[in-house]
Design a protein around this ligand. Structure first.
Ligand code: NDP
Length: 282
């Protein structure tokens, strides 16, 4: 049976450490602030943003929410981002995705000042990650790397297979794992013979968005399995992309859903806000 990587507990520890750092900043008269922009009324986004605001409150980070009408024009969105860039009281800016498809999200991410880009989506920060320079690493990959670190899972020389190549999860994960000296394979919907790649993985990271897609026959004995997916099954129950019940019997380590990658993602967002605040005061 696999060791269950307890993301909930680990995230709690990180939040406690961040609260201490936040208190120290406040004692010096510096109040870390995160500005969150949401466009339209996407249900899932509303839940994610609410969760982020709760954790900000727990740590002591000021949470400022900008709810924009779904009919907003691109230049209005950019104007808001630029206003927040100029505002010295704002340390982190987050544009919640998705936004309506008539708006250009990549242009908007590119307008967020790299110093306030706590999601790590600005091309400058993406480039710095590729060059293995200090930067804001996007929160889900960063949370996964912290899990490896905390459970003493060394990536050196390991075969890591990532399923999913999104800009927010799969692609930054490639760089994070490479920077830790792993041999990285990336799979996606056009990959031929997916099983061949998953079975070869010492570490398998799954970020697809399909309930219980990865079954035990796809996993090597003793593999580390990280499940990023957040889905609802036919009964409305939260599930990951991995068939946890069966894969757990074969893996050496596994993350549950819920209580795995999700809480670490939010903790790393908070980490990035505190880091942005500390950088700003230098
Ligand atoms: P995207 O939809 O942007 O990307 C999904 C990726 O999976 C794509 O690269 C796609 O390939 C690939 N894919 C889809 N079907 C298959 C298949 N049958 N075989 C192989 N590859 C496939 O998703 P995200 O990266 O944004 O999110 C993935 C999941 O992770 C979602 O469930 C999301 O809710 C969750 N998530 C969880 C977070 C957390 O904090 N726990 C944070 C972010 C996301 P292609 O590129 O060819 O289309």
């Amino acid at each position: 049976m696999a060791v269950i990587i307890d993301g909930k507990e680990l995230a709690k520890k990180y939040r406690a450490k961040l609260k201490v750092k936040c208190d120290e900043l406040k004692n010096k008269g510096i109040n870390p602030k995160l500005a969150v922009i949401m466009v339209g009324n996407d249900n899932a986004s509303q839940i994610y943003v609410k969760n982020k605001s709760k954790v900000c409150e727990e740590i002591g980070i000021i949470f400022e929410e900008y709810l924009l009408n779904e009919n907003i024009k691109q230049d209005e969105l950019i104007n808001l981002i630029e206003k927040l860039n100029r505002d010295d009281s704002v340390h982190g800016i987050l544009l919640q995705s998705p936004i309506p498809s008539n708006l250009n999200i990549n242009e908007a991410f590119g307008k967020i000042s790299p110093e306030k880009d706590v999601d790590g989506f600005n091309p400058v920060n993406v480039g710095k990650l590729a060059l293995n320079q200090d930067t804001f690493v996007s929160c889900t990959p960063y949370g996964i790397m912290k899990m490896f670190e905390s459970y003493n899972i060394d990536l050196t020389g390991k075969n890591v297979t990532i399923i999913g190549r999104s800009n927010i999860v799969g692609k930054p994960l490639i760089q994070c794992c490479l920077n830790k000296n792993a041999t990285v394979t990336v799979c996606h919907s056009k990959t031929k013979d997916l099983n061949e790649h998953t079975k070869n993985a010492d570490i398998l990271i799954v970020a697809i968005g399909k309930s219980k897609f990865v079954t035990d026959d796809m996993v090597k004995d003793g593999a580390v399995v990280i499940d990023v997916g957040i889905n609802r099954d036919e009964n409305g129950k939260l599930t990951g992309d991995v068939d946890f019940e069966n894969v757990e019997k074969k893996a050496s380590y596994i993350t549950p859903v819920p209580g795995g990658v999700g809480p670490m993602t939010i903790a790393m967002l908070m980490n990035n806000v505190i880091k942005a605040t500390e950088n700003a005061k230098l």
